[in-house]
Write a protein that binds this ligand. Sequence first.
Ligand code: GLU
Length: 478
Amino acid sequence: MSNSIIIADQDTHFFSDVCQNFDHAAQFTKHDAGLLDQIKSCNSVYRFRFPIRKGNGFEVIDAWRVEHSQHQSPTKGGIRYSEMVNEDEVMALAALMTYKCAIVNVPFGGAKGGIKINPKNYTVTELENITRRYTVELAKKNFIGPSIDVPAPDYGSGEREMSWIADTYATMNPGQLDAMGCVTGKPIALHGIAGRREATGRGVAIAARECVSVGEDMQKIGLTPGLSGKKVIVQGLGNVGYHSAKFLSEFGALIVGICEYEGAIYNADGLDVETVFLHRKTTGSILGYPGAKKEFKNPMEGLEQPCDILVPAALENQITLANIGRIQAKIIVEGANGPTSPEAEAIFYKNGGIIIPDMYANAGGVTVSYFEWLKNLSHVAFGRMNRRFEENSNLNLVNMVEGITGVALSPVQRASIIKGASELELVNSGLEDTMIRSYHEIRETLLNNPKIGNQRTAAFVGAINKIAVSYQNLGVWP
Ligand code: GLU
């Protein structure tokens, strides 16, 4: 595995890393030790196995669903399809979901699922059988439902899997009006929402843009404010990595490096994300891309090239003691969950770097999942009731202004002023507002108590305080 993206294994102690970060942050809060323990613990860990037919025989599949915290209902989080998935990892990711939702003010508890398979080794029919059976197993134990626990896509799963889950759940619950709210990240044609697919990457790009927009913070690390011309390396060209790179370049950044399993490419003058993506799709590899000035068979070398911002958007445990000394970026934006080990993180801070932590940086996905869930519960698409009304009001206003001033707007100007908001525009507006507000909440927490030291701890402090209030409101704790 030395020349490939490092895959997390049983030894990563990912959950204890998350708890360590939690404990460190808890010192900056004033809550009762018992309450802190309740917030930190995984409430329910369901491990199960089920058989599926494969070839002429059967195979037993290992699977998990962890509900970390029910301080809000439903619990929420993706399902990871990976042959390396293990209980520790699912627990850690479920815990991160709890904190993530609190940070972006999404009223859910955290959860995560795992199915221990490499999807590439299964036919579509087998994947469908696995996904449907997984859903049945969850339903049997009351681990799924629009008000209980709502899965979503994660590493190795996407819209197709979510539609199988929705259909299985709806079949098992005939007549349940809100059945489609049992899972998010569904295809738009099956009660999904515009903008969900690109939401995590868009959120990552907004998080990076917000961070570099603060002049005084940039001055401290020797960067000019603004994304324009900032050099960015992205690890991972999956859904999160691809969309992060796409929106960062739309916002004016220069994508100078892209790393994937098979290798990494680099060009200090910038790479065109779309054509790199197409090249990989047609040839099966990012290597050999004509616009690259350098390429590396070992993808980890790609992370160490000159840049201002590094966006790890693949898996956990990518930036460790093994490579932190050679990372040249000044800002790490964690598109993936847990990509930076605590030891590497401490060194990065000592060298004056900023880390925009996973629980905030990649929260765009669950934010738009929340919008999808609201759409499913309300049974109406965003914008359906008011779009035409807005357009008519705007039209009246434009006609009136033109009449009074005698100035006629061009057809393009008229159209852009009159236009009512579409579902996609409303979703993107909600996402942008959430990411911007949450960034400044974290930054304020840090400014109010500089001893907190960094954004990850500040994000945890904010999350702990909000979750504590939920428990207090439930009347469970003083
Ligand atoms: N799997 C994504 C995450 O880790 C999305 C979760 C969701 O939409 O519920 O945040």
